[in-house]
Design a protein around this ligand. Structure first.
Ligand SMILES: C[S@@+](CC[C@H](N)C(=O)[O-])C[C@H]1O[C@@H](n2cnc3c(N)ncnc32)[C@H](O)[C@@H]1O
Length: 309
């Protein structure tokens, strides 16, 4: 299978080009409904917009969900309830857009496949309901709500510093591919380990780490600070995610040669990590800046792919 990178609207590409039951793992990191635009850190050109307005397109998408047979009764009911609660608001426009795309993602996953949806507390509680309606009211299962905690970014004087994202992990059936991952926590001392303890002690460059099974709280992966220009892994795309975050997800829910899809691929982090781990990939983004950045990263890493327009 040839790696593919699509420039275009993800709903259209999923519907036109991606077959039923064909993808092992989908990771998506869509806009979070943050009500702002994101610019390229280097050129200052707009990379993408995360401002949502209820408009004619939202109305059409909403009616599509209500009238098309490939949406389940539960999904229709949920969307009608959201409309009553949220009215034709900007948040509702965002949720309608995500519902259409998650429904397509459910269709394209293999029975052993999983979706990891990256979001934050702005809308995670609504997205979880949408995922429950699309996945759990069909053959799917909820697996984890992963908390990714980090320390970068600003703080407010009015509330506790908001320092976590949420990654919702759902599988298409009760038997998805899953490989347990390890979690290393730094230890001050070498004591308290031995046969009676079920943790392993690892020494790396004179520092001790406790090696245990990874929980659903991930606080060992740093985010990519948008301010730190000296950070040599930063590619200039706003909202770039760290490679080791994707590495944990891809290793846990796919095998070598698996096909991984990212429908909001941005600067291509998922694609790069998939290729490094001997997986195949499909990336989609409707921003030219995103596709340009992904292409540059893939070319620099000597990873072969076909650009689809
Ligand atoms: C949060 S960024 C993804 C960042 C990415 N995870 C990375 O590490 O660089 C979200 C991306 O979704 C893209 N996007 C938003 N709506 C889209 C749509 N309808 N179709 C395709 N791409 C879309 C944006 O252009 C943006 O690049």
């Amino acid at each position: 299978m040839e790696n593919q990178l699509f420039l275009g609207e993800n709903l259209e590409i999923l519907q036109k080009f991606i077959q039923n039951n064909s993808i092992d793992l989908v990771y998506i990191d869509p806009p979070f409904n943050s009500n702002r635009n994101y610019n390229s850190i280097d050129t200052k050109n707009q990379a993408f917009s995360d401002i949502w307005k209820w408009n004619n397109d939202s109305e059409t998408e909403f009616l599509n969900i209500l009238n098309q047979p490939h949406f389940s009764d539960e999904t229709k009911l949920l969307i009608q309830s959201f409309e009553k609660f949220l009215k034709k608001s900007n948040l509702f426009a965002y949720l309608v857009s995500l519902t259409l795309r998650i429904n397509e993602i459910f269709r394209i996953l293999k029975p052993t496949g999983s979706l990891f949806l990256h979001c934050n507390p702005t809308a995670s509680h609504y997205l979880k309901l949408i995922l429950d309606a699309i996945f759990c009211c069909n053959s799917g299962t909820f697996r984890n709500e992963i908390i990714w905690g980090y320390r970068t970014g600003g703080i407010s004087k009015q509330w506790f510093a908001r320092k976590h994202d949420i990654i919702l992990f759902y599988a298409k059936t009760a038997k998805p591919i899953f490989h347990q991952q390890n979690y290393l926590s730094p230890q001050k001392y070498k004591y308290g380990f031995g046969k009676k303890h079920h943790y392993e002690l690892i020494e790396k460059n004179g520092q001790y780490f406790k090696n245990s099974v990874c929980r659903d709280i991930w606080d060992d992966i740093d985010s990519i600070g948008t301010l730190g220009r000296k950070n040599d892994v930063r590619n200039g795309y706003p909202t770039q995610k760290p490679e080791n975050l994707l590495e944990r997800i891809i290793k846990s829910a796919s095998n070598e040669k698996s096909l991984i899809l990212d429908a909001y691929c941005g600067s291509g982090t998922t694609l790069i990590v998939a290729a490094k781990l001997n997986r195949n990939f499909i990336g989609i983004d409707n921003s030219e800046t995103a596709i340009y950045t992904s292409q540059k990263r893939l070319t620099d890493a000597k990873i072969e792919y076909k650009l689809m327009k």
